[in-house]
Write a protein that binds this ligand. Structure first.
Ligand code: 5GP
Length: 189
């Protein structure tokens, strides 16, 4: 998606060879027009995937997931981050390492909003090691629902997340793939 690539080159701040800040469009301030365009592209790519709902993890995935759900005409459910993993009979919980925070957080999805047999499209802003996506995949499978596909705005292909989820046979689409950020230079694939 050239629009997103150009924005990344314009506003992205590479803070290490592994992490890029996109705070002015995705992770703090949100660019509504760009976000709606991302939703349209995802909807085009997943139109045939028979999606029943879109799912993401709070917070930065929510605007893109919302835009995608709007285009597909389905609900959006975002997994909440909880402080402690207490047993909750009405919710599915999973422990997920956080790439940017360097800590483990617990995510939670109410059983009321994830039903057996539903086909779920996972949307997120970035994929690095794939822990966030895999946490959602575990939740979806435990509920007896199906993973329709995974859509990621920015995939860093020098990290293993996207590859490892594709190797499981899950359809993963990225709007932009970054192959390297060595020496502060963003190289797209
Ligand atoms: P993963 O679980 O795949 O290792 O990391 C994905 C999550 O970490 C995303 O939801 C995103 O919030 C965050 N993340 C991973 N890499 C980056 C990055 O380079 N920049 C920013 N801003 N967030 C990232």
């Amino acid at each position: 998606m050239d629009l997103l690539k150009n924005k990344i080159l314009e506003v992205g701040v590479v803070i290490s060879k592994d992490v890029i800040k996109l705070d002015s469009i995705l992770n703090h301030q949100v660019d509504p027009q760009l976000t709606l365009e991302m939703g349209k592209v995802f909807a085009t790519r997943f139109r045939e995937a028979a999606v029943d709902k879109v799912m993401t993890i709070e917070s930065s995935g929510i605007p893109i997931a919302f835009a995608t759900a709007l285009e597909l005409g389905v609900p959006l459910v975002f997994a909440r981050r909880k402080k402690t993993l207490t047993t909750d009979d009405d919710a599915w919980s999973e422990r997920v390492p956080s790439f940017t925070k360097g800590i483990v957080t617990d995510i939670m999805v109410s059983k009321a909003y994830l039903r057996e047999g539903e086909r779920v499209l996972i949307i997120d802003d970035f994929i690095a090691n794939g822990d966030a996506a895999r946490g959602l995949i575990r939740v979806i499978r435990r509920a007896g629902a199906e993973i329709a596909a995974v859509g990621i705005a920015v995939e860093k292909t020098f990290q293993s997340g996207g590859r490892s989820i594709r190797e499981e046979g899950i359809h993963v689409e990225s709007l932009v793939k970054i192959a390297s950020m060595e020496n502060g230079n963003i190289i797209f694939e």
